[in-house]
Each structure stands twice: as structure tokens, then as C-alpha cells.
Design a protein around this ligand. Sequence first.
Ligand code: XMP
Length: 327
Amino acid sequence: MDPNKRPETMERITTPELAEAFIDEQIAALRAQIGDKKVLLALSGGVDSSVVAALLIKAVGDQLVCVHVNHGLLRKGEPEQVIRVFREELGANLIYVDAVDRFLDKLAGVSDPEQKRKIIGKEFIDVFAEEAKKLENIEFLGQGTIYPDILESVGVKAHHNVGGLPEELNFELVEPVKLLYKDEVRVVGKALGLPDSMVYRQPFPGPGLGVRCVGAITRDRLEALREADAIVREEIGKLPETPWQYFCVIPDFQSTGIKYVDGQGQRYMGWAAIIRAVNTVDAVTATVPEIPFDVLCRMRDQIVKIPGINRCLWDISEKPVATIEFE
Ligand code: XMP
């Protein structure tokens, strides 16, 4: 039997009871596979790696070592949430690596999107490998591979692939959710007690805000983006039906703004923040949902107060002809 093929008889995990049964089964399988050895896991805070971490904590406790790399391109509050949930609430053995300067220094002046992705991917692997080398007796590598990753090894995700770990770190893989679809991973995450903000998190690209700080990333524009993005997530997140993905983008151009100082209008140059919200089933095509005008205005009013931003735009482009991300 091909271990990477989902058996036709496998029931879809749609209820807490089915999730519990899956969790019990996986705990037994993980214990049998890992024994008394150690497992390393790159924990991004995304749904898949978080569910794998929570499963491994249940199965092998502190034999799991999680590494959370902050590359400076995470959204507002994300590193703090990973630390709070995993270290403080679930008692995980978590190594937090602040690699912000290292990533942003490497990215300085780089405007080509593929080059940016390559730098982020390579730097991530380097940082992770460095941490792995500091540890002893690690024999396994946990991974949040899910079934669509196996099915889509070519296609939408192909250009995201940045390569793997160096050969000297030849760990055996531990992939407990590799036969599950995303909706099933969420049901399992919920049954494991992970917070809704993690379980129902919208997709977020590996290179993070890096592909939304369009062009060569600068720290000031990245900070403005992080703030604007938090406002968009907060306001659109309150809608009764949230779009599939919603975020903010700040391209590398400035336009004229005006501010009044002592009753005198002064012109100055500032960035334009672009609100993007899309609905899709498979990210291959996407439509643009209606956002109530008062919600757009509420976001605008907050976003234009962020230092450096003087304009707020709403992107109504569908995929095709535009892609979901800007680069
Ligand atoms: P596009 O922009 O190609 O995006 O329409 C389709 C979906 O893929 C996500 N995306 C990425 N995910 N690394 C990722 O892990 C990436 O480099 C990347 N680029 C795009 C995007 O957010 C959307 O959900």
C-alpha cells in the first residue's frame, strides 16, 4: 500500500468524535514510530504545523522540540501567539529564534519577487539547520504536510518550493496529517484545543508580508504594512461571512498627500495601502466579495493615520487576470 495515498475507505473527518478517534490512532502511531527519540518541528503558527505540534505534544511531550523562526515578515501578534499557545498553554519545548535583522539585511535592496522568495526560503532553511545542529539526539523531523501538498506537488505551489534541509541533517520524517484535507486538519485542531484564531486562520504565504511589501522591502514600509494588515484583518474579520483571504499590500511607490499644519496645507509624499479580499475554492481562480462601504471607510480612516501612508485603495481585480498576491 502506498503510504502517500489516501485509502478510498478512509472516512472524512467531519465531527469531534471522528477527530478524537484520529487523534488516539495517531498518538499510538507516533509513539510507536518515535519511541524515546527526539523530534524537531519548524512551528510557523500556521494551521498545519500547529496541529502537528499539538499532536506531537500529546504523543511524546518534551521529546518534541519546536523551533519558531521570526523572519520579520510575520503578521502583527503572530510570534507572541505562538509563544503563548505553545510554550505557556501547551507546555511545549519551544525555541524562539529572532532572525529579523538577518532576513531584512539579506533582503535589503532586492526587488525581484523570485529572488526575494529564494532569499527568504534559503535563509529560513539555514536558520533552522543551525538550530538543529545545536541540538543532540534528534532523529525525527515533524512536518505539516497535508494531502493537497502531496497531490499538488506541481501546480499552484510549485513556485513556492524553495528546497529542503541540508543532507547532513537526514532526519526521518514524521507527517501525521499527510492524508488529511485542510478542513479535516481544522476539525482535528479544534479537538486538540487549539484557539479558533489558529485553527480557522486564513492562508498566509511562507514568505509572509515579504510578498506584500512589494518591491525592495524597507523596514519602515514593512512596519506600516504590518499595522495596516492588522486593521484589515480586524475589520473584515468581524463580517458575518469572512472572505477566504483578506489582507493589505503596500507597493513601493509614493503619491502626493496633503496635511494641514497650523491651518496651512502642506504637500508630502506617502505610500498607498491596498486592501485585498478574495474568495476562492482552490486558489486557482478567485472572485472579489462585496465589502460594505462603511467597513471600507472604517479601515481607511484607521489606515491613513499610520505614519507614511496617505492613501487607501481597494483592489477589485479577480484571478485571472490578477493573481491573489501582488508578487
Ligand atoms: P497567487 O498569488 O498565486 O496565490 O494567486 C495563490 C495562493 O497561494 C498563496 N501564495 C503562497 N503561499 N508561498 C506560500 O506558501 C508563496 O510564495 C506564495 N505565493 C502565493 C497565496 O497567498 C494564495 O493563497
